[in-house]
Unconditional design. Structure first.
Length: 243
């Protein structure tokens, strides 16, 4: 593995969705000790709040969750984030549950508890290597730390604002990279500001970001973000995250 790929694997962003607080904490500590960026949630609703602003590479999901089931959550994630990694980690050991996890939930791996901590790390790292290789081909990369966008060509580099980053993260994590205007406006309220932005402010934000993309895109390229009549906006470029 190249040093660059090794570094990207070690900085994988992992969401641990587990309602057992003690087990969740143990998993967090172990994964962080291996250089991963770990976020935690105790339910599907908690994960939804998390993914509105955090970029997740791999989801580690228990099937027995309060509210929406883990299987339903996996299915929803697979539909909205087809390139994400999904690992089911559960006490359900029957063949029927395993088949459902793969077929209905779209899981990449189905692990049964108790799971060896070292095996869990190896599974996530192996999945991460595959994801990073796939996402790095002919696409743009968004650095959350530096708030920069890098295109396939060296000269295609953009500096973006905090609000532009929030807009991109929302679109990148949505099904078909498309979100309703109202949902996008609400994202900025969740970001910590007092109020969600207006649709007019959203239009201006999108226009500024389109202009930045256009300045570095090859002439005749498809617009980076397009309006979807009666809905909102769609991201039309392949963009992956770097940490």
């Amino acid at each position: 593995m190249s040093p660059e790929l090794q570094k990207s694997v070690q900085s994988l962003s992992v969401a641990v969705v587990e309602d057992d607080a003690l087990l969740r904490q143990e998993i967090e500590i172990h994964l962080r000790a291996h250089g991963m960026v770990v976020h935690a949630a105790n339910s599907a609703a908690g994960l939804d709040d998390l993914t509105a602003h955090e970029v997740i590479d791999v989801f580690l999901i228990d099937l027995n969750l309060p509210g929406e089931s883990g299987l339903s959550l996996c299915k929803r994630l697979r539909e909205s984030l087809p390139q994400a990694g999904i690992v089911i980690c559960t006490g359900r050991t029957s063949l029927v549950d395993r088949i459902a996890g793969y077929r209905q939930g779209g899981a990449d791996f189905y692990l049964t508890k108790p799971v060896s901590p070292d095996e869990l790390v190896l599974v996530i790292e192996g999945l991460g290597r595959r994801l990073k290789k796939t996402s790095s081909t002919a696409s743009w990369s968004l650095s959350l730390r530096d708030r920069t966008l890098q295109g396939p060509l060296p000269e295609q580099k953009l500096q973006i604002t905090s609000r532009e980053k929030t807009l991109l993260v929302g679109l990148m994590q949505a099904k078909d990279n498309t979100l309703d205007s109202g949902v996008l406006c609400d994202l900025f309220g969740k970001e910590g500001s007092d109020h969600a932005i207006s649709k007019h402010s959203l239009e201006e934000l999108v226009a500024r970001l389109r202009k930045k993309f256009k300045a570095v895109q090859v002439e005749g390229s498809e617009p980076a973000i397009k309006s979807v009549w009666g809905v909102g906006y769609q991201l039309c470029l392949r963009v992956h995250f770097v940490h």
